[in-house]
Design a protein. Structure first.
Lengths: 112, 283
């Protein structure tokens, strides 16, 4: 299982990012070990349009199973639904690591 | 003779000039008036009556899931996120598609075909035997205004006189509207934003190689910076419309100024003649 968290930076201590498609970074945890296995610099961050579906496609190619973010737009929502990737809102969590811990504790709200 | 009306800034009076120009020309010639402001077409408000409608479609991809190998080439190619290759299927979001056909070319197994999808319509009427009005109307929420504009222009294409009422701005819809024009009439107002946007529209017309003339609308007599720009760029000012309550009142009730005021019909006929002169002399 790979859990992907939108982030303002490329570390677990970085602040979690509210935007999904236009997040600067994605931090990916391996759910078996609880360790960060990859950080991705978002190549679509400055694209004019259609960012949501493009990001979903990229995450599918990376084998991501779960997304944790702030909010998801309509086009991205459709993409995540079609891809069968659930998304959770990180809520009160401030950092990526806190968001992951809250996900593990089962306290996050599912948004997709 | 194709006359395009543009402005850069919205609300300067493009439609007012287009409607009055076309109506005045139609008193002695046949004319086609094409509303190319597909996102907010308003020309038809001045010509109520019977009209015909036909849909405008754009080509969007359809994937044959039997042939598709989910290789991802189409999704990698698409800049607009309109086609995405996901875990077990290809997702198409037609409202994001720009109909470029690139996904079809990128597909290595010919699994993609193009199918038509309605994005707007063309509305046509004949308010008088000498005047044909064609409006390009983009459906709400759609993005492909240029396709609707192209179709509207095509519907009105002929050897005679056409007046193309353009959209505001200087992006794709305006460029599509200006394409093929013999002369561009830029309608401006003497405000800082009117002038700033006029400069952009004037630059666009120049880049496209279209001769230009300027109409200053709602002139309060303090047009110094606009006149200085026209002089500097060597663009003739071919009409001044004063800031006048009566003119505004006529226009605002959906009436045609030239039809109500003989002197304005004459002025708009003169505008037509000046536009022909700017275009190079032949109607």
């Amino acid at each position: 299982m790979k859990v992907c968290i939108t982030s303002k930076g490329d570390l677990p201590e970085s602040a979690a990012e509210n935007r999904f498609g236009r997040t600067p970074f994605f931090v990916i945890y391996d759910d078996e070990t609880g360790k960060v296995i990859e950080t991705i610099n978002n190549a679509s961050v400055n694209d004019a349009s259609g960012v949501g579906p493009k990001v979903v496609q990229m995450l599918v190619s990376k084998g991501v199973n779960v997304v944790i973010t702030g909010q998801v737009g309509g086009n991205a929502n459709q993409g995540l639904l079609t891809a069968g990737i659930p998304a959770y809102a990180f809520g009160e969590a401030e950092t990526v690591a806190e968001a992951y811990a809250a996900y593990k504790a089962g306290t996050l709200t599912r948004i997709v | 003779m194709n006359i395009v009306i543009a402005s850069g800034k919205g609300g300067t009076g493009k439609t007012m000039v287009s409607v009055n120009l076309a109506w005045s020309i139609s008193q002695s010639h046949n004319v086609h008036l094409i509303d190319c402001d597909a996102e907010e077409p308003n020309v038809h408000l001045f010509f109520p009556g019977e009209r015909s409608e036909q849909p405008v479609t754009a080509e969007v991809p359809e994937v044959d899931s039997e042939k598709c190998t989910l290789c991802g080439a189409c999704g990698e190619f698409c800049r607009f996120g309109a086609i995405s290759v996901l875990t077990k299927s290809v997702m198409i979001q037609p409202h994001l598609c720009h109909s470029c056909g690139g996904c079809q070319l990128a597909c290595p197994v010919d699994a993609i075909t193009e199918v038509p999808r309605k994005i707007g319509m063309i509305r046509q009427s004949s308010p008088s035997p000498s005047l044909t009005v064609i409006s390009g109307i983009l459906d709400e929420g759609e993005i492909a205004a240029p396709e609707v504009i192209k179709t509207a222009k095509k519907a009105g294409e002929w050897d005679g006189i056409s007046v193309w009422d353009g959209p505001p701005g200087t992006a794709c819809p305006v460029i599509e509207t200006m394409d093929g024009a013999d002369v561009c009439i830029l309608v401006t107002e003497s405000t800082p934003s009117g002038l700033a946007d006029l400069k952009r529209a004037a630059s666009l017309a120049k880049t496209l190689g279209i001769p230009r003339g300027i109409v200053i609308n709602r002139s309060d007599g303090e047009d110094g910076p606009t006149l200085a720009f026209c002089k500097e760029e060597n663009i003739p000012v071919i009409m001044m419309i004063p800031f006048d309550r009566e003119i505004a009142a006529i226009h605002n009730r959906g009436a045609i100024l030239s039809a109500e005021k003989k002197e304005w019909k004459e002025k708009f006929i003169q505008l037509y003649e000046d536009a022909i002169a700017i275009a190079g002399g032949n109607a």
